[in-house]
Design a protein around this ligand. Structure first.
Ligand SMILES: *Cc1c(COP(=O)(O)O)cnc(C)c1O
Length: 470
């Protein structure tokens, strides 16, 4: 399998080359040159597999530059009951109202980003070891991504993490999760500023190409193809848990921000998984809902990007969305470049409403969408607590809210649970008056010793810190 760029560069790359790279050289995102097809018989045969073996089967359709036995071992090392809490890894449960919830949030940091990041940690260690190279991951986080990256990379040979976060702006639980990591290869950098300052620092350091090359600076952001590929697996695993007959159709609702998670659902559907609808659920930052309703994609300015109670979906643009547009436009790289490079940089928007491709998008690709607000979130959390006696996290509540408009008789609807409620306790208390339960192992983490360096929002000081610690 070879990989190509969404902006037309057809220099074919192998999986391990793009594993350690970010964007393609022309600024596009990598996608496989085609989607391998999974027939019903194969899918049915996969029912009996463990999650790790299912992951191996799917990954091996896309990765041919890691020997099969090594790839299988990496899958088994990653997807364990110890790391993810159950043998099913992504168990599905049914709510009283009939809708299914698929748990993706039982990994080490209690959010779905662990599903991919845990694999990425093992892939990085493997590939860097094979090449005799090292990598310094520099990132910016407002919560879930940073902690998932740190828990995936802690103790890994050849990898160091320098993670910036806005000082005092993460939830106390999220801060405690990250700052209590004492591993030598993990560096928490609290920046005196907001999340945008952290992102500017990452950009500032990466724009110094000399520094970037000399200190082997890399990233683990959500546009990484390996992360997306790892996420494809749980759509198959969820499907097999709720589809009672071969070929039965199933719908998924996905709480969405950067379009990474639901893009993996799109890939699964393109591979032939019988997905009826892919429901994109956004919060008040409804860039994606606006597109799927109107055909207009409009990047938001800072003042129009809201801080909400489902903060991991607070985005101004959806960084993986370009992948879907590439497929929607029949993989026309020149057109994608005109939209994402030219139109977005000049006007901050593009309009596909009049194109036949957009008009066919729902039918061809199954995408529909909706927006959920703070009031919807509270009501859904309260309602499920009353009917089922269980608490949902705020992002998952956005998903459930939106899913209800698209649930159909005889087609199971699966909402992806992207975090556990404990991570966003304040809103859960606001909705129900109850403190969410703490999973075992997380008692008292706020009181553990912390390892964090406080710094002003200054690129040179962050560079000095990296220099001194590599
Ligand atoms: C990252 C995240 C999302 C959004 O996922 P995307 O891939 O960015 O669309 C939703 N919920 C939670 C809890 C997250 O951490």
């Amino acid at each position: 399998m070879r990989y190509i760029s969404t902006r037309g560069d057809r220099t074919a790359k192998q999986f391990c080359d793009i594993l350690l790279e970010g964007l393609a050289p022309d600024g596009g995102l990598y996608l496989p040159e085609r989607y391998p097809q999974v027939q019903t018989e194969t899918l049915e045969a996969w029912r009996s597999l463990s999650y790790a073996d299912l992951a191996f089967e799917i990954l091996s359709l896309y990765i041919d530059d890691i020997p099969a036995s090594d790839l299988r071992a990496l899958c088994h090392k990653t997807y364990t009951k110890t790391a993810f809490g159950t043998d099913a890894i992504v168990p599905v449960r049914q709510l009283k109202e009939g809708i299914f919830i698929q748990a993706l949030s039982n990994g080490p940091t209690l959010a779905f980003k662990d599903m991919a990041m845990q694999l990425l940690g093992n892939l990085f260690e493997y590939e860097l070891g094979r090449r005799g190279e090292t990598l310094n991951i520099l990132g910016a986080t407002s919560g879930d991504t940073g902690s998932a990256a740190e828990y995936a990379m802690r103790g890994k040979r050849g990898v160091r993490v320098f993670m910036t976060s806005p000082n005092g702006r993460m939830s106390p639980f999220q801060q405690a999760q990250m700052f209590s990591l004492l591993d030598e290869n993990i560096h928490n950098i609290a920046i005196e500023g907001v999340f945008d300052d952290c992102q500017d620092i990452v950009k500032g350091v990466s724009n110094d190409l000399d520094f970037k090359a000399r200190f082997r600076i890399g990233t683990v952001n959500s546009i990484n193809w390996a992360r997306l590929l790892a996420q494809v697996v749980y759509y198959f695993a969820g499907y097999l848990q709720v589809a009672s007959t071969p070929g039965a159709r199933v719908s998924f609702t996905v709480p969405s921000g950067n379009f990474g998670n639901v893009c993996a659902g799109h890939v699964a559907r393109m591979m032939g998984l019988p997905i009826e609808k892919l429901v994109v659920a956004t919060n008040e930052n409804n860039v994606l809902d606006e597109f799927f309703r109107t055909g207009i994609y409009r990047v938001r300015a800072g003042a129009e990007t809201y801080e909400t109670s489902s903060p991991s979906m607070d985005i101004s643009k959806a960084s993986n969305f370009e992948r879907f547009v590439f497929d929607m436009l029949g993989r026309d790289g020149a057109r994608v470049k005109a939209l994402f490079h030219d139109a977005i940089s000049q006007a901050g928007r593009f309009d596909l409403s009049a194109t036949p491709e957009f008009q066919r998008a729902r039918e061809t690709f199954g995408f529909v969408s909706g927006t959920s607000t703070h009031a919807n979130r509270l009501e859904t959390i309260r309602g499920v607590y009353a009917s089922d006696g269980a608490l949902l996290d705020t992002h998952t509540a956005d998903g459930l809210t939106v899913s209800r408009a698209f649930a159909e008789p005889h087609i199971p609807m699966v909402v992806l649970e992207t975090a556990l409620p404990i991570k966003f306790a304040e809103t859960i208390v606001e909705a129900t008056g109850e403190q969410p339960p703490r999973p075992p192992g997380f008692e008292g983490i706020e009181d553990l010793p912390k390892r964090v360096h406080l710094m002003p929002a200054n690129v040179d000081q962050v560079k000095d810190y990296i220099r001194a610690n590599t």
